[in-house]
Design a protein around this ligand. Structure first.
Ligand SMILES: *[C@@H]1O[C@H](CO)[C@@H](O)[C@H](O)[C@H]1NC(C)=O
Ligand SMILES: *[C@@H]1O[C@H](CO)[C@@H](O)[C@H](O)[C@H]1NC(C)=O
Ligand SMILES: *[C@@H]1O[C@H](CO)[C@@H](O)[C@H](O)[C@H]1NC(C)=O
Ligand SMILES: *[C@@H]1O[C@H](CO)[C@@H](O)[C@H](O)[C@H]1NC(C)=O
Ligand SMILES: *[C@@H]1O[C@H](CO)[C@@H](O)[C@H](O)[C@H]1NC(C)=O
Ligand SMILES: *[C@@H]1O[C@H](CO)[C@@H](O)[C@H](O)[C@H]1NC(C)=O
Ligand SMILES: [Zn+2]
Length: 515
């Protein structure tokens, strides 16, 4: 009671409690109505005031959503690999694809582009070699000379020659694709019975993609194609977590980290010039969390230097890899305190709480991320179990980057209705929606994740206002300066107005072709 009374909605909460404490009688339906409205107003988007045109669209969307909620099987209750076709057939999904979703703030560099493009475009380029690892995965390299064999891999064969020997190249290409993604037509529960199996395949798939994407000409085309796929999905801004690996040329020479970052900057500029309604992209430099403390210290130094030399494109720093088997943040406290000690700015965007190992060292990552002054929390799947971390995240406006499909495929949750972020959304906790590694999961852009959130978490009461607030959140909680955010929001608003008009058919005839 005392706690409740400190909250902004205490008065209304008291309506109920005081009532229960009073004389027993049939509850007053008006009070009940008030409480229902109060709860609805506390959710993400609950306070958003809709314009007339938006109300029209909201009504349309509500109808669609009612249809969606009645579907069996209910797509958010089904593993995404099996639900994907169901989702594609959904009118709600089709509307979400057209909706300007703002920015994607949690996406990884090597999983932006669907594997079909990678196989059909990249592996058909000349000088591409492939080998088979001891445990049925594959590796690639481009080289002007016959490359030196890799340990635990068969001798290299020129892919062109191998393909020429295949009876059915479609089957062969599909088998390559199968190595580059977790997505499968088989039953995912059988193929990946536990987190260990799915993470093992996940890591193998990254290693398989590695040699293809770190080849300089592919690197630039891949990134441009990645931006294209997000842009086609009506995403206007990206914060990309990037390993900034050594990029190689056909003769085996390599480029350093600064070259890689500069290339990201140049390709982003080119893309934005080609697509003026795209706002841009920034890079969060990442390092594998399995490294030791001295490597981490060296990399943090490098990150500070990059942040100083490339302030426009560099957004900050993070660590990648499975939290459960990597080192906890606390192991790196010395290295990660270097920027603060020196008075140097290096914003952090830590993955934290992507685990269900409650109470372990790994599970402390959420609190430690906040202690280390993180700007956002990647995943935060375990946040509900940490009331203090949750409170800090809310008070400091440290948004949680929610990536529902990733959490389902990597086996933290089965039925999306049980995703912990559903509870965060019901109280408008600062959060953004993202897609993590869409190519690995057989998704693309942001729309599939928005679908899972809107239909799976939101329930029937989450409506257009929720979607609007989520899109705006993606700009508000981005690393952009407040001035840049204003410009981005204005751009988003123009696209939103167009979306509204197109979806409700209230556009002037001469503009219809822009829909
Ligand atoms: C691959 O994509 C690049 C960039 O979009 C394009 O220029 C090239 O023609 C494509 N190559 C193949 C073999 O499809
Ligand atoms: C596959 O081989 C690699 C390299 O030899 C090894 O690191 C990895 O653990 C192996 N995976 C499995 C599932 O055996
Ligand atoms: C190759 O395999 C695919 C699928 O397995 C099949 O649809 C196609 O007809 C085959 N093509 C040839 C030339 O046999
Ligand atoms: C990986 O590629 C090899 C070679 O084409 C193939 O034999 C294997 O079945 C593929 N694995 C998957 C999971 O598709
Ligand atoms: C840390 O890792 C690096 C690279 O793997 C290695 O060279 C170095 O010896 C390690 N340092 C310590 C203190 O273990
Ligand atoms: C926390 O991070 C923000 C954003 O990078 C920075 O402006 C601020 O100075 C940092 N505060 C401390 C105490 O390090
Ligand atoms: Zn991630």
């Amino acid at each position: 009671m005392a706690v409740l009374l400190q909250r902004p909605h205490a008065a209304a909460a008291c309506l109920l409690l005081c009532y229960l404490g009073g004389v027993l009688a049939v509850p007053d339906p008006r009070q009940r109505e008030a409480l229902i409205r109060l709860e609805a107003s506390m959710q993400t988007g609950g306070q958003v005031v809709l314009t007339d045109a938006e109300q029209k669209l909201d009504a349309l969307l509500f109808k669609m959503k009612q249809g969606e909620m009645a579907r069996t099987p209910f797509p958010p209750a089904v593993h995404f690999f099996k639900a994907r076709d169901l989702i594609r057939a959904s009118p709600v999904f089709n509307l979400l694809q057209k909706m300007p979703k703002g920015g994607a703030l949690h996406v990884h560099d090597l999983s932006m582009v669907d594997v079909e493009w990678v196989v059909k475009n990249v592996t058909y380029r000349p000088h591409c070699y492939m080998c088979f690892t001891d445990n049925q995965s594959i590796r690639f390299i481009f080289s002007s000379q016959w490359p030196k064999a890799l340990p635990h891999c068969s001798p290299w064969t020129l892919l062109e020659n191998l393909r020429a020997k295949m009876i059915n190249t479609t089957d062969f290409d599909n088998s390559i694709m199968g190595n580059l993604t977790l997505f499968t037509d088989q039953d995912p529960e059988t193929l990946y019975p536990s987190q260990d199996e799915v993470w093992d395949k996940f890591e193998q798939a990254f290693l398989a993609v590695w040699g293809l994407v770190t080849y300089a000409p592919v690197f630039t085309d891949y990134y441009y194609q990645g931006l294209t796929q997000f842009y086609m999905d009506n995403v206007m801004y990206l914060e990309l977590r990037a390993l900034l690996p050594e990029i190689y040329e056909l003769d085996g020479s390599t480029h350093d980290t600064a070259w890689t970052l500069k290339t990201y900057q140049e390709v982003t500029r080119q893309f934005t010039a080609d697509h003026p309604d795209f706002f841009g992209a920034r890079i969060i430099f990442t390092i594998y969390r399995g490294v030791n403390a001295s490597v981490m210290a060296r990399v943090v130094e490098e990150a500070m230097k990059l942040q100083r030399d490339f302030p426009d494109i560099m957004a900050g720093f993070d660590m990648v890899g499975r939290e459960d088997t990597g080192r906890p943040l606390w192991d790196f406290r010395d290295a990660l305190s270097l920027p603060a000690e020196r008075g140097v700015t290096l914003p952090f965007f830590f993955h934290a709480g992507e685990t269900n190992l409650e109470g372990t060292d790994v599970d402390q990552n959420l609190l430690d991320a906040l202690l280390l002054n993180t700007s956002r929390i990647g995943h935060g799947f375990a946040l509900l179990r940490h009331p203090v971390a949750k409170d800090l995240s809310r008070k400091r406006g440290v948004a949680v980057e929610v990536c529902p499909i990733s959490n389902q495929v990597l086996k933290l949750v089965n039925d999306m209705r049980n995703h912990p972020a559903a509870a965060l959304m019901s109280e408008n906790h600062p959060l953004v929606i993202s897609s993590d590694d869409p190519a690995m999961f057989g998704a693309s852009g942001l729309s599939y994740d928005f679908y899972e959130v809107f239909v799976g978490f939101g329930g029937i009461r989450s409506r257009l206002g929720s979607l609007k607030e989520l899109a705006i959140n993606s700009i508000r909680y981005s690393s952009l300066t407040s001035k840049q955010q204003e410009v981005a929001l204005a751009l988003w608003q123009r696209r939103w107005d167009m979306f509204k008009a197109c979806s409700t058919g209230t556009l002037l005839m001469e503009n219809v072709e822009n829909c």
